[in-house]
Design a protein around this ligand. Structure first.
Ligand code: ATP
Ligand code: MG
Length: 221
């Protein structure tokens, strides 16, 4: 997973509001290549907002936000989507097979690559227990998929995409310690050449982090 020219991400003096109220205030942080950076903070402090801004899901904030020294606002969308893999806080699954839910847009992914991503995300064995394995329609499963199973499918998606900047929003919040352990190990083992921004409340995820930022009311504290 080494991407030539990739040096990590930096945000400086970010200020952002969805509406009237300012959510991020002069937020500055570095996410260097090769590091797992934990971002912690209370509910509502602005952690998901920070990731969404890096993904350019919202209007540009004030301040600077760069990947490999290039302004996120200037990066071509198709290129940005290659630079970033992300797992949003509540993974949405759509009405298609488990395989297609993991693949999500990565049309050239082989079954082998999909299975490798599912193994990293600790969901492969579960998928094999489903009536039609990877072909099982997610729609039919409906509510029978647990929060943790969804979460791991979301992670498999992010791992499959294999981008140098991995943005994970509470990837293990619904997992037992066994599955969490598999995932944290996969993150640590796959760290080289990459940057992982790991938003989490869990102490266990801090154990694999190279640095940690605590966000308090939209500021790094
Ligand atoms: P949690 O730990 O609960 O996931 P968080 O740190 O991720 O919290 P954010 O989701 O970034 O917090 O939200 C920061 C603030 O922005 C909160 O006050 C929230 O209510 C507000 N907010 C989030 N999304 C929107 C939106 N789409 N429109 C308006 N306000 C929003
Ligand atoms: Mg959040």
């Amino acid at each position: 997973g080494d991407t030539p020219g990739f040096t990590g991400a930096d945000v400086k003096d970010l200020c952002f509001s969805y509406g009237e109220e300012e959510i991020l205030h002069d937020l500055t942080a570095s996410f260097p290549k090769g590091e797992i950076v934990a971002v912690t903070g209370r509910s509502g402090s602005g952690k998901s907002t920070l990731l969404k801004l890096l993904m350019r899901f919202w209007k540009a904030p004030e301040g600077s936000m760069q990947i490999s020294g290039e302004d996120v606002g200037e990066i071509q969308t198709s290129h940005l989507r290659k630079l970033e893999s992300y797992m949003i806080q509540d993974t949405d699954l759509f009405h298609d097979s488990v395989r297609e839910n993991i693949r999500l847009g990565k049309l050239d992914a082989t079954q082998e690559e999909i299975e490798a991503a599912a193994k990293k995300a600790s969901i492969h064995d579960f998928i094999l227990t489903l009536p039609q394995g990877y072909d099982t329609p997610v729609g039919e499963l409906g509510d029978t998929l647990s929060g943790g199973e969804r979460q791991r499918i979301g992670l498999a998606r992010a791992f499959l995409h294999d981008a140098p900047l991995l943005l994970l929003d509470e990837p293990t919040s619904n997992l037992d310690s066994l599955n969490e352990g598999v995932i944290l190990k996969a993150l640590k083992d796959g760290q080289e050449g990459r940057t992982v921004i790991l938003v989490s409340h869990r102490r266990s995820t801090l154990s694999i982090a190279d640095r940690a930022y605590a966000v308090e009311s939209g500021r790094i504290s």
